[in-house]
Design a protein. Structure first.
Length: 344
């Protein structure tokens, strides 16, 4: 009987306790590393908030320190960090920020990496090679990331490198809206969507469906022993007298895109327009993309594009509204998939 009486008393305590504690509300916090602060500010503004005040230091030895200047205990934290050069420094800064957020008792930490680093090293092409994309995923998890959000992963299989949720966003709606508004009726009638290699055929095919345009494919070969060297072998599809829209996920040195554009022009293309998500623009990309073979380049600002790498035929579209909407859906336990008409 004594044991039963004690149980009743404990139950009463549990009944009373909730009434003595005010219900806590979910708190959204957007934080940023130094790699693309302007993008993070745009995301925060679109969400109707401000970036959490953060202290950054780089010591003389090169060591990095970050510290959140206000409490983030119990918050849903979204860390925005993109990965233009110097990519390795920004990775280290992100890992340190993750550790700081974890030790500050953040409730959940989402890494918002518009461009995922080392995404091209997603598999072993030759013996004794690393799979660095998986290594980055392991580092993020160990440092404290609960969730990852990225735009146009170089390979969709990278999602499988994570044990937790990955929100794979697509820049296509942003780019597509631009072309729907800016392509003339004549251009639309003569339009052909072109995949710069066989690896991007699936993406180019969705563009072809959306624009109601035929598809062409460029077959290329790379020298495995020489980085950024491409040879165009042949074009599958009719491009003569057509306006060609080359779609890709990234432009690094510009070698692939320019070679493809030259091949299209050599096969009778009227104009060549390039659409890509990530404008990495490693030298000499900006100079190459001003080739006579390329009439226009349209990218998003997932990676910062400094003034000295911009040129007259370049258009940079903002990705912040897309990221802000995805963050809102995650925070409110909504559906990110619904943003893309069910496209996974």
């Amino acid at each position: 009987m004594a044991r039963k009486k004690k149980t009743v008393e404990l139950d009463r305590e549990h009944e009373v306790a909730p009434g003595l504690v005010a219900k806590t509300k979910k708190r959204l916090v957007v934080a940023s590393g130094r790699s693309h602060h302007a993008l993070a500010e745009d995301v925060a503004t679109a969400l109707g908030t401000q970036l959490v005040p953060t202290e950054y230091r780089t010591f003389a030895s090169g060591e990095i320190l970050t510290r959140f200047e206000v409490s983030i205990r119990g918050c849903d934290v979204f860390l925005v960090q993109s990965f233009g050069p110097p990519v390795n420094e920004w990775i280290m800064e992100l890992l340190i920020m993750l550790d700081a957020a974890k030790r500050a008792s953040a409730k959940r930490i989402t890494v918002v990496a518009p461009y995922y680093p080392y995404s091209r090293q997603d598999k072993k092409g030759r013996g004794r090679e690393p799979i660095s994309g998986r290594l980055v995923a392991d580092l993020l998890k160990t440092a404290g990331a609960d969730r990852v959000m990225s735009v146009d992963l170089h390979a969709a299989q990278i999602q499988g490198f994570f044990d937790g949720p990955v929100d794979h966003l697509f820049a296509k709606p942003v780019l597509l809206e631009y072309f729907e508004q800016n392509l003339s009726a004549a251009d639309r009638e003569q339009l052909t969507v072109v995949s710069p290699d066989t690896g991007r055929v699936r993406v180019a095919d969705t563009w072809s469906d959306s624009l109601g345009a035929p598809l062409a494919i460029i077959h290329k070969r790379r020298d495995p022993n020489v980085a950024n060297q491409v040879t165009v072998n042949e074009i599958v599809g009719d491009v003569e007298g057509r306006v060609c829209l080359l779609v890709d996920d990234m432009i690094d040195t510009g070698g692939t895109i320019v070679k493809a554009a030259e091949a299209l022009k050599a096969n009778g293309a009227l104009r060549v327009i390039v659409a890509a998500t990530h404008a990495i623009f490693s030298d000499p990309a900006s100079q190459r993309l001003q080739s006579e073979a390329v009439d226009e380049v349209v990218v998003t600002d997932t990676v910062p594009v400094p003034d000295d790498k911009r040129f007259p035929s370049l258009t940079v579209l903002p990705i912040a509204p897309l990221l802000a909407r995805a963050i809102h859906e995650v925070f409110e336990d909504g559906s990110v998939t619904s943003m893309f008409n069910g496209a996974a």
